[in-house]
Design a protein around this ligand. Structure first.
Ligand code: GLC
Length: 742
């Protein structure tokens, strides 16, 4: 009976709280709620636990989570999936004294029920509308499964392909990365929090996580503040400007201070300069990791440094739960700091509408409607095919004829299913039935009278050559061989740095053996990063970089292989010739001794044992047709400080297929108060042209586009001479020039 009275009391309190929501605005509602909270309840809001699976870090045994939720000691859960599970935990949360609802977070990185290409691959589409729509679909599906918050987009600029997490971001370029960040935040948050299909986005990992020394995950980062502002912060600023609800800090130390306890980036820049009003969640256990960093001597020291620096929520370290009460009671942490963090979190719960209806994301009908959604699968196929990059097509081997008599498909990924999801996919138990393997995709496209042979040939990462003979046997019988090689899906992603980024295992040996048969080969490269495959690049007729394309991988690949779609992807990262060339990226400085050409070794900045250029440059990608980009025109040879100029080119489809081209605009600031990159992407547009069709493409360039951070880390533009390059990669040669005048 007592329990029933208590529940009734609570419900009446909640109903009062709930009914008050309509009348009061967010601030006054939250301030009112905050005024009722004990210190223990406030600290509870800063505490996030992992749920039932998907741990990406150390799990600390912590006894009965549900009991703690009931006591108001938990503010958020991650990795709790589905309306049943989230409803159950939400019901428990509402039994706490003030009935503050939980927020449920998950790594919805590139899709949820429907998996899209890994973000690096999707960025290769250079199609911002597509990127946004994929995030929108992911949010719609995740929200239907009770998820309020995704730990995405990852916006870390990365110039080192040894780092496994390049797969998760938008590559090496700050401009493209900023555009992708904006698109993904808009996609995830849709028309804004409060809409039932919106989820909070989380720009991560703040900051400069992609600059880990040696491309080794979690390693240190050390750079000038100028470089930090110039290269690594802009995608986060783009996310904040796009209204991102949260940020997640990174594991690494930056210039000696771990990001988690780094008040320069969290308080001075993010919450100060940028006036960010959302909240910051730590990365998994990163608060506690300041102890092994050697920056905190114990949990209390770690908690103190993190909360003071501006990390609002503690994912899975328990430092806040275990020590903040005493830190406040002993005056080491002002309660105002706690209140600020709690208020930021409660405001988001309010914006999500969870005080009005804590169960609004727990709708079984909506969950069912977002399961195996045919429209979403159709778009996944669209996203997949537009992410594929054609690297080589000697003698126009591609597209293949659907009536090809005999096709042999060989390789460890040919019949894989869940592997096509790549890392960071919320793979569901029934996914293997939904995922279209590459083999099935090819089979589905081939004429029914065509013969399709298959041999795995080898495993993804061992020295077993027993399958070679069978592979060679079927290759001999085929008119064309399709080989699906690369690196395993779990060889890129978090904690997946590789010192050797060639094909893993004996895959390249298998390729060479099959090539000896003289059969034409179409090579599909499955990867979460740029790989090194120089032999294949110089000897295999046709190469498609297929990343990991998600649920519809097989159909997307087959659409391209058989020409139902003319590939249009462009590389979002530079591809090195050897690991020794790393870091190599297109927007480098010129140095005082630039090499004159690829083979200049004469006292210039070059390796004596390797040619100077990358294997493939940033922005590179071929088509089944050809495009001519010509007639670069500037509206003026002078740009005034508050002015702009337009840049136009003619783009003509000069080949035999309709197709799409990504026209890219780069600038070069010839002389600056600091040295300036030899190229900087400042615009791009993807256009579709029928064969023979020509279109004028016009870019607008403003003086603000020329700004950079000077030696004093001030964002300025400087008068002087600039070059413009327009083309279909960062190696564009079509050139113009103008002067920025005062
Ligand atoms: C991981 C990742 C982070 C992810 C979090 C939750 O360690 O670094 O990106 O969102 O933990 O899974």
């Amino acid at each position: 009976m007592l329990k029933k009275i208590k529940t009734l009391l609570l419900m009446s309190l909640l109903s009062f709280t709930v009914s008050s929501v309509c009348a009061q605005d967010a601030e006054s509602f939250v301030d009112n709620l905050l005024s009722k909270m004990t210190l223990d309840e406030k600290i509870g809001q800063l505490n996030q636990y992992n749920g039932d699976w998907g741990a990406t870090g150390k799990i600390t045994p912590d006894g009965d989570k549900e009991k703690q939720i009931r006591e108001g000691k938990v503010g958020s859960m991650l990795n709790v999936t589905g309306v049943d599970k989230t409803r159950k935990l939400q019901e428990i949360a509402l039994q706490s004294r003030l009935g503050i609802p939980l927020i449920f977070g998950q790594d919805v990185i590139h899709g949820f029920r429907t998996t899209f290409p890994i973000p690096l691959g999707e960025t290769a589409s250079w199609d911002l509308a597509l990127i946004e729509k994929a995030a929108r679909i992911a949010a719609t599906e995740a929200a239907a499964y009770g998820i309020h918050w995704t730990f995405a987009p990852m916006v870390d600029i990365a110039r080192d392909p040894r780092w496994g997490r390049v797969m998760e971001g938008a590559g090496e370029d700050t401009y493209l990365g900023s555009k992708a960040a904006e698109a993904r935040v808009h996609g995830f948050q849709g028309k804004g929090l409060g809409n039932i299909d919106a989820v909070m986005a989380c720009a991560k990992h703040f900051a400069a996580y992609g600059a880990a020394v040696g491309g080794r995950d979690y390693n240190s980062v050390d750079m000038s503040n100028r470089q930090l502002y110039e290269t690594y912060l802009p995608p986060f600023k783009a996310a904040v400007d796009a209204g991102v609800a949260t940020l997640m800090n990174s594991f690494n130390d930056i210039n000696g201070v771990p990001a988690t306890g780094n008040s320069f980036i969290l308080r001075d820049i993010l919450k100060g300069e940028w006036n960010f009003k959302g909240f910051v969640v730590s990365d998994w256990g990163s608060i506690g990791e300041m102890i092994p960093h050697g920056y905190a001597k114990d949990e209390a020291d770690a908690a103190l440094k993190a909360i003071i620096a501006g990390s609002d929520m503690d994912m899975e370290s328990r430092c806040y739960k275990n020590t903040l009460q005493k830190l406040v009671e002993t005056g080491k942490v002002p309660v105002s700091i706690i209140d600020d963090a709690v208020k930021r979190i409660l405001l988001k719960k309010y914006e999500l509408g969870l005080f009005t209806d804590p169960f609004r994301y727990c709708n079984a009908e909506r969950e069912k409607a977002q399961t195996n959604n045919a429209e979403h699968l159709k778009f996944a196929r669209e996203a997949g095919k537009k992410s594929i990059v054609l690297l080589r097509n000697k003698n126009n081997l591609l597209p293949l004829n659907k009536n090809t008599k005999t096709v042999a498909m060989i390789g460890p990924f040919a019949k894989a299913t869940v592997a096509n999801h790549g890392f960071w996919s919320i793979a569901f138990d029934d996914d293997s039935t939904r995922i279209v393997s590459q083999y099935d995709g090819i089979r589905n496209h081939l004429d029914k009278n065509s013969v399709m042979l298959y041999a795995k040939g080898c495993n993804e990462n061992d020295n077993d050559r027993k399958g070679f003979a069978e592979a060679l046997r079927i290759a001999q019988k085929a008119d064309v061989v399709i080989m699906s090689l690369g690196e395993g899906p779990a060889m890129s992603g978090e904690a997946r740095s590789r010192s050797n980024i060639h094909f893993s295992g004996v895959q390249e040996d298998l390729l060479k053996e099959v090539a000896k048969t003289g059969k034409p080969i179409v090579l599909l490269i499955n990867a979460g990063r740029p790989l090194i495959f120089n032999w294949a690049a110089d000897n295999v007729q046709a190469i498609l970089y297929t990343w990991w394309l998600g649920t519809e991988a097989g159909n997307a690949i087959a659409d391209v292989v058989f020409g139902d779609y003319n590939p249009s992807g462009k590389l979002p990262m530079t591809f090195p010739r050897t690991e020794g060339q790393i870091p190599i990226y297109y927007n480098h400085y010129n140095t005082g001794r630039p090499a004159k050409d690829n083979n200049d070794k004469n006292y210039v900045s070059a390796y004596i044992d390797l040619q100077n250029d990358p294997k493939y440059p940033f922005g590179y990608g071929l088509s089944y047709t050809t495009f001519d980009i010509s007639n670069l025109q500037l509206s003026s040879s002078k740009m005034t400080a508050d002015g702009k100029i337009t840049v136009s080119v003619d783009v003509k489809n000069t080949g035999n297929y309709d197709g799409e081209e990504v026209v890219q605009l780069y600038i070069r600031d010839l002389v600056g108060s600091v040295v300036r990159p030899v190229r900087e992407l400042k615009g791009f547009t993807k256009i579709a042209l029928k064969k023979g069709e020509m279109q004028k493409v016009i870019f607008e360039l403003k003086s603000s586009d020329l700004k950079f951070y000077n030696e004093k880390v001030r964002y300025i533009d400087e008068p002087g001479d600039y070059e413009i390059y327009v083309g279909n990669s960062s190696a564009a040669t079509l050139k113009g020039a103008f002067e920025l005048v005062n």
